[in-house]
Design a protein around this ligand. Structure first.
Ligand SMILES: C[C@H](O)[C@H](O)[C@@H](O)C(=O)CO
Length: 491
């Protein structure tokens, strides 16, 4: 019998879930939710307000204690970002946001030292400017004084675990997002470190999901009466914890749907392609081969843009408008760099449509529909690219979707239509539940993650009450749309 506290930090909001495992049954309650922890410094500079996040984590502990109490805690978050500690172990500054402009031009400069092909060969990670490697190089090359002071780099969950326990570790699923890690050896890549002459001290000892980091030992923990409770690793990368919550007996084809869309397959070993199409991240004990796509961020940004014009839409209203919208047969390339950057999203979608000589959507519902359809068709494109390269036994008829994006039911159906796969809906709080399952494994309450995944089905029954499967519809029509998309909107 254990109660575990999962802190799940997303790029748009964070939440604390209390998982109660009693008599072989798991129940999960959300006890705290918070947002607004991005600091916008202007001129394209963004950081994460770590003090505010820590306040909410202590608030979550207080709520958990006021509820049923908790036996352990673990934090997961978005990938790639990190904090730098100095020699005394002090955080030098707030962690910088992956959308910060500091990495502009860095991948190109890095390629003069080690080609993109060599970096991919070593790390199995797609070349994206947000990657930790490029962020660290931005510090080294543009802020040498900060680089000099920096002794250790820690990803967000590792940093928070350190601030709670004083112990410095790097959990492997998160390390695998960095482009400083080898999916072949599952260790930090000496080749990358040496090629870019990065200080060895920056790299904390690696640790697996499901291990003990230390115990809560801060003054605030003492004040709350929670000092001494263990802090454990889950799969600290939120995508990896989300995939851990998929109730599949066999390696799954997955879409982790949220601000980002991470679509791919669970594999037993890395799979590299000459075209550097997919990332080989490390999950909870397996490789998660995936493509990292700008996901519902575009919808979130459209919503904000309409709000600035005085039109406030709930996500339910957005889905409704999109489902009633005209089918314009118009598509965007969701991976076009302009859509990854904040601001002016209505204009950006319209500009893209005009530039590619497609009907320009003007009504909000039409614009939302263009984005939803383009996402769904991009999922098909990625899965086709993947499945055409993998062995037959690694292809699948079922696609599992987990994460907050599952609430966009229109996107679930469009994804089934576009991919021609049966879509099984997982938990909207899959990440937090994956975090909980891995803590239960660490505590010895559940024998393995496979056993833990069996606990998810009853949670799904509670959440979805029967609407958990979407079958593909209108196959012929979607075949036509896919060809149109490949011509106008594909990446
Ligand atoms: C930076 C992104 O958050 C990251 O690449 C992605 O993998 C993720 O963590 C989505 O939640």
């Amino acid at each position: 019998m254990s109660n575990v506290l999962a802190i799940d930090l997303g790029a748009s909001s964070g939440r604390a879930l209390l998982g109660k495992y009693h008599d072989g049954e798991l129940s999960v309650t959300e006890i705290h939710r918070f947002d607004d922890y991005v600091i916008d410094h202007g001129d394209g500079h963004l950081s994460w307000d770590i003090e505010l996040i820590m306040d909410h984590i202590y608030e979550s502990m207080a709520q958990a204690e006021a509820s049923h109490g908790f036996d352990s805690l673990s934090v997961d978050s978005w990938g790639v970002d990190f904090g730098l500690l100095d020699q005394e172990g002090h955080l030098i500054a707030n962690p910088v946001h992956y959308r910060d402009k500091r990495t502009d031009g860095i991948p190109e400069r890095a390629a003069e030292i080690l080609s993109h092909a060599e970096i991919y060969e070593e790390t199995g990670i797609q070349i994206l400017a947000i990657n930790t490697l490029y962020q660290l190089l931005a510090v080294k090359w543009h802020e040498p004084d900060v680089y000099e002071r920096a002794e250790t780099y820690l990803h967000i969950p590792d940093l928070i675990h350190y601030l709670l326990t004083g112990e410095k570790y790097a959990e492997r699923s998160m390390a695998s997002t960095s482009q400083l890690f080898s999916p072949h050896s599952l260790e930090w890549s000496d080749n990358i470190r040496e090629a870019f002459d990065l200080k060895p001290s920056l790299f904390a000892p690696l640790i697996d999901a499901g291990e003990k980091v230390g115990v809560l030992n801060t003054d605030r923990a003492t004040e709350l009466g929670v000092a001494g409770k263990p802090v454990l690793t889950c799969a600290s990368h939120d995508t990896a914890s989300a995939i851990a919550s998929i109730p599949s007996d066999t390696p799954a084809t997955f879409l982790s749907s949220g601000t980002w869309s991470l679509i791919g397959k669970e594999l037993s070993k890395p799979f590299l392609t000459d075209e550097r199409l997919f990332s080989n991240e490390y999950g909870a004990g397996n490789i998660t081969l995936l493509s990292n796509l700008t996901g519902l961020w575009i919808i979130q940004q459209l919503r904000e843009a309409y709000s600035q014009q005085g039109q406030d839409y709930t996500y339910r209203e957005i889905a409704q408008l999109a489902s009633e919208a005209e089918d314009l047969h118009a598509y965007i390339d969701v991976s076009d760099e302009r859509f990854a950057e904040p601001g002016e999203m209505i204009q950006k979608v319209q500009d893209y449509l005009a530039e590619t000589k497609q009907p320009v959507a003007t009504e909000p519902g039409d614009i939302f529909r263009v984005v939803y359809e383009s996402l769904a068709l991009t999922y098909r494109q990625v899965l086709e690219e993947m499945e055409s390269r993998l062995d037959n036994d690694q292809t699948g008829e079922v696609l599992y979707i987990v994460g907050g994006g599952t609430k966009a039911t229109i996107l679930n159906q469009l994804t089934a239509n576009a991919t021609q796969k049966t879509v099984h809906i997982g938990l909207s709080e899959g990440t937090g539940v994956g975090n909980i399952l891995l803590q239960l494994v660490a505590l010895g309450e559940v024998a393995s993650l496979e056993d833990g995944r069996q606990l998810v089905e009853p949670l799904l029954q509670d959440e979805l009450a029967g609407s958990a499967i979407y079958e593909p519809q209108d196959n012929a029509q979607w075949e036509v749309k896919y060809q149109e998309f490949i011509a106008k909107g594909s990446r």
